[in-house]
Design a protein around this ligand. Sequence first.
Ligand code: 9WN
Length: 428
Amino acid sequence: MGRLAVDTLDANWEHDHTVPSRTLYPHQWSWDSAFIAIGLAQVRPDRAWRELTTLFRAQWADGRVPHIVFNPALRVGAYFPGPEMWRSADVPGAPTVATSGLVQPPVHALAALLAYRRAPDPTALAALRGLYPALVAQQRYLADRRDVAGDGLVCIVHPWESGLDNSPAWDEPMAAVPAEAAVMRAYRRHDTTHADAAHRPTDLDYARYLAIVAAYRDHGYSDRDLAAGHPFLVECPLFNAAFGAAEHALAEIAALVGDDPGPHRARAARITEALLRRLYDPDTGTFQPRDLRTDRLVSARTVLGLTPLILPDLPTRHADALVVEARSARFGVARLMDRPLPTYDRTAPDFEALRYWRGPSWLNIGWLVRRGLLGHGHPELAAGLRRSMIGLVAGAGCHEYFHPDTGAGLGSPAFSWTAALLLDLLAD
Ligand code: 9WN
């Protein structure tokens, strides 16, 4: 199984980065690269650093790390929406290479720290030292430009920024975005030629995705005055948990590279406090996204709510509540799991076993939750989750995601972060 994972990563390596999938996602994606680097650190450490360095070479002057870095060698239409939709070249401060203008959860500082810990030699230290200012700038962008509500949390401006694109968590905020499915007749979707349309977001979802991209792009990708008119403004528990975990990781990196960890620790504490104040719902005992356009917590119970477990300073009371939620029939985390961790409450009437992020199981989410369980003193549950994830790949290969009942492989068959995180799980 380890061999299959290494072969998958080797086959998806493209000169200086890894593509998530040769068919569905042939460019470089931001949070994919972080997960990929964690796995590459086990088998190809030089590539782990190269992966992150390539991504950060495309960082914008304002500090944002774009969610897609386009490979200029690929034909127009290799992915939709491509550079012609994003038009990053028109924006002062964007890099020479074409990119999107959105971001994804900032899991990169954690990835860099884990890659360093795997092989803490002088080469790794030099790479870590080189990345540190870019990782700090990434956090500064999020803290200074994306705190739309002024509450210490980052606001995402598009569901793609969450990484869980069409999670039921976004149904309420997305319903308010004006768009018509018929708009899609003017475009050729790339995803549905490589994956079953019944598993992917709908045309209406895509019409809304494009409307939000156009709104942000036509605003020059500026984060000023977003509250006045941007159609999608949400505080996501996973994004903000990653934002906090990044400050914890940066505190450790700072100590290694000779900088002061104190400011990172202070910022990490403020982020955890803001998450508790703004996104914890005492009625459900889990974290929920906040729709800033209505100032309400969304009601769908998704796996996003469990991910603040990755914060080492999450108070025990809240961590315990998340463990109750994780063990409930909704998510089924157990020492002996009979089914994989789903992305959505499996008791919900609109749970979908096949559609993208609306039920199926993904390794990156399981990996994060497992890390949180370990950090909060639940090694048996963490072991159960680990076994379940390894079992998925043993049964179906390095698929993009898995059927939440049968474990059958879904989406792209040779998916990089599945391979990478499997290697990390096997090594642990
Ligand atoms: C849009 C690459 C990316 C992941 C996301 C996943 C999917 C893209 C898409 O693929 O999103 O960014 O085309 O659906 O939802 O998490 O980073 O693997």
